[in-house]
Each structure stands twice: as C-alpha cells, then as structure tokens.
Design a protein. Structure first.
Length: 331
C-alpha cells in the first residue's frame, strides 16, 4: 500500500500549485520594470525572507560567470558593487553554481564568509538560500538568493525544497515577461512559427524563448554559447533591421530600444522568392492594388503584375487570397 502524503506535504503542494498559477497569469500582465519585485513579494507569501537578489548573466568556459545585472529586493541597489570590492570570490554564488537547479542553504558565519561577514551583517544578512540555473546550450544563467536576518533563523529543508520546485517556474515567468515586453515594444505578438530572443549590440543573448537554442542548432549544429553565431552577431552590429535567409532558418533582426529582437523560423516556400517578389507579395497581402504598389516601389504597374505572377507560381497560389494567407502565415 503506497504511503499517502501528510497534511503538511499536501498543503505545500497546494501552495506550489497556487504560486505557479499566479506566475502563469501574471507573466504577461505585470510591467517589466516591477516584475522582479513582484516575483519576490509573491514568493514571500510561501517562504519567509527579509531581502533578496536576482542576478542574470552567462556561464563562461573560463570558469567564473559573467554577470550582467543584479537586482536587489529590499536592499540598496549598490549592494553587490560593495560586496565585490571586498574580495573577488563570491561564496554564495559559488555554492549555487556547484549544483545548478538545487538550492543551497548557507549560514554566513560558517567560516567561509569571514571577509564578508561584517558587510553582510551591516545589511542584515545572516542566512541565505541560493539557487541558480544555467541553460545547457546558451549558457544563460539566472541566480536568486533569499536572505534572512539573524533573528529569523536559518532556512529549513522544507523551504529549500519549495524554492527548488518553484525556481524553474520563476525563471520561465521572468523570461516570458521580458520577451513579452520586447515583442510589445516592436508591435509584434509573436507566432507559432517564429521563436524569439533578445540580444545586446555585441550579439550576446539576454533572454530567449523556449526552443530558440534548439532551433539555432538546425543551422549551426555545433553552436553552444550565449554569443550568437557570427552571421547574426554581425547583422546586429550594423544596428539596423535585417533579414537573413540561411540554409535551414530565416532570421528577423529588429532594434528595440537598447536591445535587438531576434526572431527565427524554419525556411518555407516564401523564402524562395526574390527580394522584389517578396516585397510585392507582402504589399499585395496587405490589400494594396498594383498601382499603389507601383507608386510605393517606383515601378510600372505592369512590372508589379509580373513580379506578382512570378511569386504566385513559386508559391503555387491560385489567387491573391491564397497568396495573402501564405504571406501572413510565414511573415
């Protein structure tokens, strides 16, 4: 006869389910600038803590991760800058990196933190539970630390396990929130065929939707890095909107404030069109007449008709309606 979970375990499962549902509902609704604080306040309903930290970066082959952003919750934002000045090694982060996906409980007075104890005590940090994950393909890294004062006591095993179960859902909600913000700013809703990511001007990934890295390897089978492959990085470096058609994939690169939206899908018949044929097909799908397209492109209406006929033949579209459906499906 199988053992039945006790009341405490059942309650924890219910709380975890509540948290996941709240994350799913709010990931695309909450404003990005307040979302990290919202996550921590929501987690705080289930695990008691006084302050916290969320850091993002990417793992490097050299060993130490390259951290890009640090967001302190109920702590001054310069907290980590002062912490890093004391000594380069960061034991809390090192603990979490040693076992990705498995949170680690720490007491900052256990001896390993001696150079930091006074600084951490100044900020009311006596106990911590730390967790990190590293995407196996991109190296994108998320790290969180929940902190308690000395008076609150150490984190329990039950709390550590709750953080372990919740952490991947926190990261997924965070990524959906950030990618939703980038897509909204660009005025795109995303789509089933396109998978999106966001990178900076150096071609380094900041966020990526699930499946982006796997799709990337259909074009570059050995790629495994937070740094996008050279053709994509070089296109980003131009600072302009770009469209790249590869052997297996099609890319759209669009500047969005201080980041670049990178969308990718598998090649389709529409990608066999010449740039001019595709341009005419897109305008036609938007309902423009031959004359209107001719005026926009500086062509004769007869030339527009020829391009449209060629596009229809390539796509095996019998009429403008079929052509419009194909264009909207893939673009």
């Amino acid at each position: 006869m199988s053992a039945r979970p006790g009341k405490a375990a059942s309650r924890r499962l219910f709380e975890l389910s509540e948290l996941i549902l709240e994350l799913q509902r709010s990931a695309t609704r909450q404003p990005a600038e307040a979302f990290t604080d919202w996550i921590f306040s929501t987690v705080g309903k289930h695990v008691s803590f006084d302050s916290a930290l969320w850091a993002k970066g990417h793992a490097t082959l050299a060993g130490a991760p390259a951290m890009r952003t640090w967001h302190a919750y109920r702590q001054p934002q310069p907290l980590m800058a002062g912490y890093a000045k004391i000594a380069p090694p960061q034991p809390l982060l090192a603990d979490a990196l040693h076992s990705p996906g498995v949170p680690v409980v720490a007491n900052v007075r256990d001896g390993r933190f001696d150079p930091f104890v006074e600084y951490l005590a100044k900020h009311g940090i006596a106990h911590a539970v730390n967790a990190c994950n590293v995407d196996s393909m991109t190296g994108l890294l998320n790290y969180i630390a929940l902190w308690r004062t000395n008076g609150e006591g150490p984190f329990t095993e039950d709390e550590r396990l709750f953080v372990q179960a919740a952490f991947p859902h926190l990261v997924e909600a965070y990524t959906r929130n950030r990618m939703g913000q980038v897509l909204r700013r660009e005025g795109r809703a995303g789509g089933r065929r396109w998978t999106a990511a966001a990178a900076d001007c150096t071609g380094t990934l900041h966020y990526a939707e699930d499946g982006f890295a796997r799709m990337l390897r259909e074009e570059w089978s050995t790629w495994k890095s937070a740094q996008l492959p050279p053709p994509v990085s070089e296109a980003i470096a131009s600072g302009k909107a770009e469209r790249i058609v590869g052997a297996a994939l099609v890319w759209r690169i669009t500047p969005v404030q201080d980041l670049f939206l990178i969308e990718v899908r598998r090649c389709s018949p529409i990608d066999s069109l010449t740039p001019r044929e595709r341009e005419v097909a897109v305008y036609t799908s938007q309902g423009l007449s031959h004359k209107e397209i001719a005026a926009l492109l500086g062509l004769a209406p007869a030339t527009v008709r020829n391009h449209l006929a060629a596009a229809s033949r390539r796509l095996q579209a019998r009429n403008k309606a079929q052509l419009a459906v194909l264009v909207r499906t893939y673009d």
